[in-house]
Design a protein around this ligand. Structure first.
Ligand code: GSH
Length: 205
């Protein structure tokens, strides 16, 4: 049995940051990927009725960002000291805000409304999140390509994932954000990430 078991849909969604952390750490884990129709009969097995859930030491941990932070600390991807971790968290919370907004837009059930909110998100709302992320990147990166302290942390992986989602929505969405594009390019060069991206299951979102 693996030390870590991650349960989510057969999708990247909110679990992909955790999978990227496992990949960057070279850590093996067990994975359950539910198809949508399988989920209702498993919902009651989770602490809060939603996924992702990480099982560790026979305990189930919900909340994607809490799981990501825990894994990052386990694998030294959270920042080298307390203050670096605070900077990493400030970036992570800013990405989290953008991710929550993206999720509400992308998975709006009513199709007409979804088109409206997607347009508003892309035309009016997204730029503030991305500008804020560039500000933090330039502030904490010491001139390097990673968000904090010249080394890869989980928030570089978190932004890699958010960026992929944004580019799926609009392939011009990162055009005005050179620092953020370079940050993603650097993540994409990491050998373990290269290997993971090549072999991960292909899913629509
Ligand atoms: N804040 C939670 C949100 C979790 C969440 O809403 N998960 C969705 C999938 S992305 C889910 O479980 N949906 C099925 C349901 O609520 O029944 C997190 O970040 O993990």
């Amino acid at each position: 049995m693996s030390t870590y078991k991650l349960t989510y849909f057969n999708a990247r969604g909110r679990a992909e940051v955790c999978r990227l952390i496992f990949a960057a750490a070279g850590q093996k884990y067990e994975e359950i990927r539910y198809e949508l129709h399988e989920w209702p009969s498993h919902k009651h097995e989770t602490p809060l009725g939603h996924i992702p859930v990480l099982e560790y030491e026979d305990v189930k941990l919900p909340q994607s960002v809490s799981i990501a932070r825990f894994l990052a600390k386990q694998f030294q991807l959270a920042g080298r000291d307390n203050f670096e971790q605070a900077k990493v968290d400030a970036v992570g919370d800013t990405i989290g805000d953008a991710m929550s907004k993206y999720m509400s837009v992308r998975f709006e059930r009513d199709e007409i409304k979804r088109r409206e909110v997607t347009k508003k998100f892309l035309d009016e709302e997204l730029s503030k999140y991305l500008q804020n992320l560039e500000i933090l990147g330039k502030l904490y990166s010491n001139g390097g390509p990673f968000f904090v302290g010249n080394q890869l942390t989980w928030v570089d992986l978190f932004f890699y994932d958010l960026g992929e989602k944004l580019l799926e929505l609009d392939d011009n969405s990162l055009n005005n954000y050179r620092w953020l594009r370079q940050n993603r390019a650097e993540v994409e060069k990491q050998p373990r990430i290269v290997a993971y991206l090549k072999t991960r299951p292909k899913t629509p979102f």
